[in-house]
Design a protein around this ligand. Structure first.
Ligand code: ZN
Length: 208
């Protein structure tokens, strides 16, 4: 993709690697899910709509600015591109976003009570920043699914404005968004949360 300079090519390669990893873990089946990385104050690199994450290459990525303008000619943005944009706009510390559509996030998000999932008593919670003990509690909000993406984005952004500690959120019957300072950290958070969601789902099966 000729718009990318050498430095951005490294970012593209890291996104492709994270996409293949996510596909292989079952988090992004059937071309679902998406990933992005911030390039600078105004632009991000994101997976194009409909790209299979197990077969992704640089042609499957596109440049979009944080106003939502497509900067890569002839590329089709995902409907959910705006959900990435609001994260980068909200917190400058966010450098990358991973959005999964796993079985565990899809099912668990439908079992939420009170609009949230509470995670506690799992040793792996310590994989998350700021968590030093298994008895800490991590709250993951669950938003109702909505095909009106700007409306959903506004609800997420409003919640984030009151919760600076937030590391991710679920969308009911849909999937999970998480982020990090860079692609490696965003992928790490996805891996930790996907494990924790699987634990929680299994606990609810065994001890309903
Ligand atoms: Zn999605």
């Amino acid at each position: 993709m000729h718009e990318l300079n050498e430095h951005h090519g490294d970012t593209a390669d890291a996104l492709i690697s994270a996409a293949r990893f996510s596909f292989e873990r079952g988090w992004m089946p059937a071309a679902a899910g998406n990933l992005s990385a911030r390039l600078d104050d105004d632009r991000m690199l994101i997976t194009e709509a409909g790209q299979h994450k197990g077969l992704l290459d640089q042609d499957g990525l596109m440049l979009v600015d944080l106003e939502g303008n497509v900067l890569s000619p002839d590329k089709q943005p995902s409907a959910e591109t705006f959900l990435h944009i609001i994260l980068y706009r909200r917190w400058p510390r966010i450098g990358a976003v991973v959005h999964t559509h796993s079985v565990n996030t899809t099912v668990l998000s439908r079992c939420a009570q009170g609009g949230q999932i509470q995670l506690r008593d799992y040793e792996l919670l310590k994989a998350l920043p700021g968590v030093t003990s298994h008895d800490a509690e991590v709250i993951v909000p669950v938003f109702g699914n909505d095909q009106d993406i700007p409306q959903l984005a506004a609800r997420v952004d409003e919640h984030m404005s009151h919760h600076p500690e937030l590391l991710g959120y679920l969308i009911e019957g849909h999937g999970f968004y998480t982020w990090g300072e860079d692609i490696a950290q965003a992928r790490h958070h996805a891996e930790a949360f996907e494990f924790l969601f699987e634990c929680e789902l299994n606990m609810r099966r065994l001890t309903p």
